[in-house]
Design a protein around this ligand. Structure first.
Ligand code: FES
Length: 106
């Protein structure tokens, strides 16, 4: 599960944290990503100066405005969800499907 944390401190609330959260919820539903990503609120994240502060996974962003929600979602959220869902192996190369199985007669 990818966690998006949105600051709901007083400064970020005045800059539109509720609207940003609503828009991100709408995009999650639109892309049918419920259960893969969740949104929670947090108090002041110590970056009040520009716009709403947001954390996606372990990366923090500040200065996000509600009207940027869609671009932010497709740039910062969707790729992280896809990365979490992709299977990994030891050398990080795509898995090779087994298409043929050799049978030896002895
Ligand atoms: S109120 Fe949001 S970072 Fe301070």
């Amino acid at each position: 599960m990818l966690l998006i944390t949105i600051c709901v401190g007083s400064s970020c609330s005045l800059r539109g944290s509720d609207e940003l959260a609503s828009e991100l919820f709408r995009l999650i539903e639109k892309e049918k990503l419920e259960g893969l990503v969740d949104i929670v609120g947090a108090f002041c994240m110590d970056a009040c100066s520009k716009g709403v502060s947001v954390r996606v996974g372990d990366q923090e962003f500040s200065g996000i405005h509600p009207e940027q929600a869609e671009a932010f979602f497709y740039r910062e959220v969707v790729p992280r969800i896809k990365t979490k869902l992709m299977p990994r192996n030891n050398n990080d190369s795509p898995a090779t499907p087994i298409t043929e199985r050799k049978v030896h007669d002895e």
